[in-house]
Design a protein around this ligand. Structure first.
Ligand code: PHE
Length: 335
């Protein structure tokens, strides 16, 4: 009898999982368990023996039950400890602050250039993205059948207007609005109906610049272009000046810089040439001055058109123009 009890107690204490403990409970305390076995032959016992047996059953039952509860509690405590461990939170760790947004790299470079030109007495002008044919083409000395129109694949709108293909129409608007003498820049978004690839987008950014005065020379132009490039790259960039043709400047130039991505041998950004066309410029064609309402006998000037998007690509060695408008946060968070 005592043996039975001892082994039952030992099994309760040795149960190593809650499931095992539950099995022991059924076996020991259950209807078919050890205790009920003890009360089976009660009928055959004498009155005295029955009293003794009854006491034994009661004390055994209490002993087994309390042992069982103790074991169960220890399992519960262990489970709780485990849960608390998993849910543990260090409230002294500084909270991750709000992640502030940042300016698009094109905006950053645009603002830098605006500051530079403002410091040299230039106004920053804005022009419409939906332009008239007159401002985008005719006033810039590009008549309807001029081949230069084909070079700038145009998104035409109903009613004869268009999405401006360059920021040059703001030259005309600037003169119309402010009159000479005049120093202005005009940053903005331009559109071309082009097949998109690593170096072409249908939408990109330019920054137009123009100075109109009485005796503006190519020397003045070169001075401002050098100042501009020095401020942008803050290092020596190799430049070359080639004759360039644009109907709205005469003479016209292409100012190229050595490709900052590959440094010369050639890559997709420089179309394997080692040079990147960055800064077309020239002296304002008298036709443009006349179309804008001022007298070319009295006034002249220079103009340039900086490819802002391409400039950003050069500055940060971005090898695919499509990143810039991708809206991809992995890209954007780097600036
Ligand atoms: N508007 C020209 C273009 O988009 C660039 C340019 C601007 C050229 C000013 C000369 C002077 O290609």
């Amino acid at each position: 009898m005592q043996d039975l009890l001892d082994s039952a107690l030992a099994r309760i204490r040795d149960a190593s999982t809650a499931e095992e403990l539950e099995a022991v409970r059924v076996e020991v305390l259950g209807r078919k368990g050890v205790l009920s076995a003890l009360s089976k032959d009660m009928g055959k016992l004498s009155a005295e023996e029955r009293v003794a047996r009854g006491k034994l059953i009661n004390t055994s039952k209490q002993a087994l039950e309390s042992a069982w509860e103790e074991r169960r509690d220890s399992f519960e405590r262990a489970a709780l400890a485990k849960r608390l461990d998993a849910e543990w939170l260090d409230l002294t760790i500084p909270a991750p602050g709000p992640r502030p947004g940042s300016l698009h790299p094109v905006t950053q470079i645009q603002w830098e250039i605006e500051d530079l030109f403002r410091s040299m007495g230039f106004s920053v002008l804005d022009g419409p993205e939906v332009e008239t044919e007159f401002h985008n083409f005719d006033a810039l000395n590009i008549p309807p059948d001029h081949p230069a129109r084909d070079m700038q694949d145009t998104f035409w709108l109903e009613g004869g207007n268009l999405l401006r293909t360059h920021t040059s129409p703001v030259q005309v608007r600037g003169i119309e609005k402010l009159g000479p003498p005049l120093r202005m820049i005009a940053p903005g978004r331009v559109f071309r109906n082009e097949t998109v690839d690593t170096s072409h987008e249908h939408t990109f950014y330019q920054l137009e610049g123009m100075m109109i005065d009485r005796h503006v020379s190519v020397g003045n132009l070169i001075y401002f272009m050098k100042t501009l490039l020095g401020a942008i790259f803050k290092r020596d960039v190799t430049v070359r000046l080639r004759p360039g043709f644009f109907p709205f400047v005469e003479p016209g130039f292409e100012l190229d810089i050595r490709c900052l991505i590959c440094g010369g041998p050639g890559c997709p950004v420089c179309k394997q040439s080692g040079w990147v066309e960055l800064l077309p410029c020239g002296l304002v064609n008298p036709h443009v001055l006349r179309a804008s309402g001022i007298d070319p006998a009295e006034w002249n000037g220079f103009a340039f058109g900086l490819g802002l998007t391409r400039l950003v690509m050069m500055r940060y060695a971005i090898d695919d123009i499509r990143w810039l408008q991708s809206g991809d946060l992995r890209f954007m968070r780097q600036f």
